[in-house]
Design a protein around this ligand. Structure first.
Ligand code: BG6
Length: 496
C-alpha cells in the first residue's frame, strides 16, 4: 500500500533537549535550567540509571541548525516537529518580547521551509520560564494570561510557517511526574498542585485555540491549519483475564482524562469525584467547562512507545515474576506491571511491543474522529559508538515494526496524516541524560563542534521515506552499503 503523497515523514525533537545556548540571545532560565543545575548527577558509566547533566550546550542546535537542516534534507524529511521555547521568546515577563528569540525561530523555520521541510511547532514541552514559575507557574491561574500573550505572539510572527501545530507535549508526564511527583521539574509532590496544573494546561490549550482562530482571521495563519494536542497514552493490556476492569479504569484515566477536556470539552466523572474527595472543588471555576467545550482542538498527536500491562492493585506478584517493580498510581484500583515472560524489553526496561498501536489508533480515531499523527516513537538505547560505524539494527527494527502498524491502521481507515519518530539526533534525555541514545544521527557530546554522524537507522528511514513508506526492511546488506558508500563517503564537514 502506497501512502498519500502528502503523508508527513518527520522527526520530532525539543528545545531543552538539543538547543543549548541557554543564556544566549537574551534568554533567561527556565525550570529545566534550574532543575539540571540543582540536581546534577552522573551515575557510573554504562549503567542504565538516571543522568541529570548540563543542558547549557547539549547538541548545540542553536548554532548548528543550518547543518542539521542540511542533514534533514538529505535524510528526506518533509516535516520537523519542534518545540518552541517559551523562555526564549518571553525571557523576563509575559509582556516584553525578546526579539532575538523570535528571530531565531524565524530563521530556523524559514530555513526548513526553503528546504521543503514543514515546521510543525509544539508550543509547550514542560519548560516553564522561571519568571512564571516563581509566581506559581501552572498552579497560578494567571498562567492563562501569560500563555495567551505567548501564543498570540508566536502565531502573529511565526504563524505563517505552518498549517500543523500542537499546543503541548504530554501534559500527562509533565503533571504526573512534575506536580504529583517530583521526578521532573517543578518537582512539587502535591495533589493540589497536580489538579491545578492539569486543569490550567487544559484551559491554556483552549485559549491557544481561540488565539489560533483569531490569527487565521488576521491572515497570520492558513485558514485550513490544525491545532492539536499531543499525548502519550500507552494502551492498557489486562495482565490476567480478571484484570479487564482494572485495565478499563486505567484507560479512562490515561486516555480519556488527558484527552477529553481538549477534544470533547469534558472531564470523565472520575476526575470530579476525585476533586471532591481531595477537597479541591474550587479548581474548576464557573465558565471553565464552556471555555473547553467551545474551543476543542483539531488533531491528536500520539506518542506511542509501548503498551502498559495492567493488573488490579491488590494482585500479589510472585518472586521473579516481574522484570522491574510495578507502578501504582494516585488513584486506587489498578497498577502497571512489567511481566518477565514473553515480553521484550530495551536495555532501559521499556517494553517493545508494537501490537497495541493498531487497536489503540482505532480506538482514538473511533472515539474522537480527529486526524491522528504519531509524534513520538523511538528506541532509547546504549549505542555502540566505539567504531567508525554505528550499527543500530535494534533501532531500525524497532522503528520498522512500529511503522508497519501505522500502515495497517491506515489500511483499516484510521486517518493518520503523518509519522514522526523520536528523534532526529541524540539528545539530552530526561531519564537517561546523554547516555540514552535516541537519534538517527549520533552527536559526539564530547567534541567541541558536537560532531554529527549518521547511524544505520538513518539509512533505514531514508529508504523508508524515498520508497513512500514501502521499504520496511531493516536488516539487509543494502542498508550497510548505503551507510558506507551512500552516506559516510560523502559526509564531509558540511554535514558534521
Ligand atoms: C517523551 C518526551 O515522553 O519521551 C521526550 O516527550 C522524551 O521529551 C521521550 O525524551 C523519551 O523519554 P526519555 O526519558 O527516555 O528521554
Amino acid at each position: 500500500m502506497k501512502l498519500e503523497k502528502d503523508f508527513i515523514f518527520a522527526a520530532s525533537t525539543n528545545a531543552f533537549q538539543i538547543e543549548g545556548a541557554r543564556n544566549l540571545g537574551g534568554r533567561t532560565d527556565s525550570i529545566w535550567d534550574e532543575f539540571t543545575k540543582r540536581c546534577f548527577h552522573i551515575p557510573p558509566i554504562g549503567k542504565n540509571e538516571r543522568e541529570i547533566n548540563s543542558i547549557a550546550v547539549s547538541a548545540d542546535f542553536y548554532h548548528k541548525y543550518q547543518t542539521d537542516i542540511r542533514i534533514m534534507k538529505r535524510l528526506g524529511l518533509n516535516g520537523l516537529v519542534y518545540n518552541i521555547d517559551w523562555t526564549r521568546i518571553f525571557s523576563k515577563n509575559s509582556q516584553e518580547i525578546n526579539w532575538e528569540g523570535i528571530k531565531f525561530y524565524d530563521d530556523v523555520f524559514a530555513t526548513l521551509q526553503a528546504n521543503n521541510i514543514k515546521p510543525i511547532p509544539i508550543l509547550f514541552h514542560w519548560d516553564t520560564p522561571m519568571w512564571a514559575e516563581i509566581q506559581g507557574g501552572f498552579e497560578n491561574r494567571k498562567i492563562l494570561e501569560w500563555f495567551q500573550s505567548y501564543v498570540a505572539t508566536v502565531f502573529k510572527y511565526l504563524g505563517k510557517y505552518s498549517d500543523i501545530w500542537f499546543v503541548n507535549d504530554e501534559n500527562s508526564t509533565f503533571t504526573l511526574d512534575g506536580y504529583l511527583g517530583d521526578y521532573l521539574p517543578p518537582a512539587k509532590n502535591s495533589k493540589e498542585g497536580f489538579a491545578r496544573a492539569i486543569h490550567h494546561l487544559n484551559l491554556c490549550a483552549a485559549i491557544a485555540k481561540i488565539e489560533f482562530e483569531k490569527a487565521k482571521l488576521a491572515g497570520d495563519i492558513n485558514p485550513a491549519a490544525l491545532l492539536g494536542i499531543d499525548h502519550d497514552w500507552s494502551p492498557g493490556i489486562p495482565y490476567r483475564i480478571e484484570d479487564a476492569k482494572a485495565c478499563q479504569e486505567y484507560n479512562l484515566w490515561f486516555k480519556n482524562f488527558f484527552l477529553d477536556p481538549n477534544l470533547k470539552g469534558t472531564y470523565p466523572a472520575v476526575f470530579d469525584d476525585w476533586l471532591e474527595t481531595e477537597g479541591l472543588t474550587d479548581v474548576i471555576q464557573p465558565g471553565d467547562m464552556a471555555l473547553l467545550k467551545n474551543n476543542c482542538l483539531d488533531l491528536i498527536g500520539w506518542n506511542y512507545y509501548r503498551p502498559a500491562y495492567i493488573a488490579c492493585d491488590d494482585y500479589q506478584e510472585k518472586p521473579g515474576e516481574m522484570q522491574i517493580a510495578s507502578r501504582t498510581f494516585f488513584v486506587k484500583g489498578f497498577k502497571q506491571v512489567f511481566p518477565k515472560n514473553n515480553v521484550r524489553y530495551t536495555s532501559w526496561n521499556w517494553i517493545i511491543d508494537p501490537t497495541m498501536l493498531l487497536p489503540g489508533a482505532q480506538q482514538l480515531w473511533g472515539e474522537y474522529q480527529k486526524p491522528l499523527m504519531i509524534v513520538e516513537n523511538g528506541l532509547g538505547a546504549f549505542d555502540d559508538k566505539r567504531g567508525d560505524l554505528i550499527l543500530d539494527y535494534n533501532r531500525a527494527e524497532y522503528l520498522s515494526i512500529h511503522f508497519a502498524e501505522v500502515k495497517k491502521a491506515i489500511a483499516q481507515g484510521v486517518n493518520f496524516i503523518g509519522y514522526s519518530l523520536w528523534t532526529y539526533c541524540d539528545i539530552f534525555s530526561p531519564s537517561g541524560g546523554y547516555r540514552k541514545d535516541y537519534g538517527l544521527v549520533a552527536v559526539d557530546f564530547n567534541s567541541p563542534i558536537k560532531t554529527r554522524t549518521p547511524k544505520l537507522s538513518y539509512v533505514w528511514y531514508q529508504r523508508l521515506i524515498s520508497s513512500g513508506g514501502e521499504n520496511l526492511t531493516h536488516d539487509d546488506h543494502d542498508m550497510l552499503e548505503g551507510l558506507l558508500k551512500g552516506e559516510l563517503s560523502t559526509w564531509d564537514f558540511w554535514y558534521q
